[in-house]
Design a protein around this ligand. Structure first.
Ligand SMILES: Nc1ncnc2c1ncn2[C@@H]1O[C@H](COP(=O)(O)OP(=O)(O)O)[C@@H](O)[C@H]1O
Ligand SMILES: [Mg+2]
Length: 257
């Protein structure tokens, strides 16, 4: 029986919209500010680049090594910060692995972490299905552009098909320029599910260049503040669900002497 750490996947049908940026900064904010034990897992098997956002160019062991049976999952985990661990992917992987069962190694890891975040591949290929299958809930990322919002809609449909709850949508790289899709229109298209609006922010590009999450390298930047707010909202939701499932925490009775 596994202790049920929550597995949350960050998805978008379209590539380059900010999935990895969201995973990295949400994970860091959850771990650092909110003192949770967090694991971030690369599930984009063919184009793994999560580790680069942490300044790690070539991890010595990777998720591909776990999937091919070379190492056990717990031996591939990298300690990044006090409460944040990373399961990285190999950056130059070129083999075809075929259908995967990610649950085989992710489910046992639930015992060790409060929250496990999955960085995922774009599209709807086999690695996306494999990731989705192990998620308790998902977050959808999109940009304020029609193709991206259409992709988000498709991801909603995919989640519905698999009966996986959607926590909400993160709209990333918002500039409020007049050609951009307004948030009100995105809310209309996606059923008022927007939970975070991340501004276009140069400090994110700087943080990628440095290989340090923006919530660490520039905690007062506009994007970092929003990622921290998103982390608080997600944590409140997880706590709320646990409370609904198990009831309120029992109060300590006062000792009568
Ligand atoms: N809010 C933002 N402001 C500025 N640049 C951003 C923002 N979010 C992401 N980026 C840039 O976009 C690039 C692609 O984002 P990424 O998170 O890798 O997308 P995905 O994982 O969906 O492919 C990043 O390398 C980063 O430089
Ligand atoms: Mg990515």
């Amino acid at each position: 029986m596994y202790r049920r750490g929550t597995v949350i996947g960050i998805f978008s049908a379209k590539g380059g919209v900010g999935k990895t940026t969201t995973v990295v900064n949400l994970g860091m904010a959850l771990a650092q500010k909110l003192r949770n034990r967090v694991l971030i897992v690369e599930t984009n098997i063919m184009v793994s680049n999560l580790c680069l956002y942490f300044g790690i160019t070539e991890p010595s062991v990777s998720i591909q090594d776990i999937l091919t049976g070379k190492v056990r999952a717990e031996n591939a985990v990298i300690k990044y910060e006090d409460k944040l661990d990373i399961l990285p992917g190999a950056t130059g992987f070129v083999k075809e692995l075929g259908p995967l069962d990610l649950g085989r190694f992710i489910d046992p890891l639930r015992r060790r972490y409060d929250i496990i975040l999955l960085d995922t591949a774009p599209g709807f290929g086999w690695d996306v299905w494999a990731g989705l299958r192990v998620c308790d809930e998902i977050v959808i990322v999109c940009q304020p552009e029609i193709p991206s919002v259409m992709g988000a809609l498709q991801t909603f449909m995919m989640a519905e098909e698999w009966k996986i709850p959607v926590i909400g949508v993160v709209v990333n790289r918002v500039t409020n320029k007049k050609y951009e899709l307004p948030i009100s229109d995105i809310k209309k298209s996606l059923g008022d599910s927007t939970i975070s609006v991340i501004p276009e922010d140069e400090t994110i590009k700087e943080s990628v260049a440095k290989g340090i999450p923006v919530v660490l390298s520039a905690p007062t930047s506009s994007s970092a503040v929003e990622f921290s707010r998103l982390a608080r909202a997600i944590l409140a939701r997880i706590k709320g669900k646990k409370r609904a499932r198990y009831g309120p925490r029992p109060r300590r009775s006062r000792r009568v002497t």
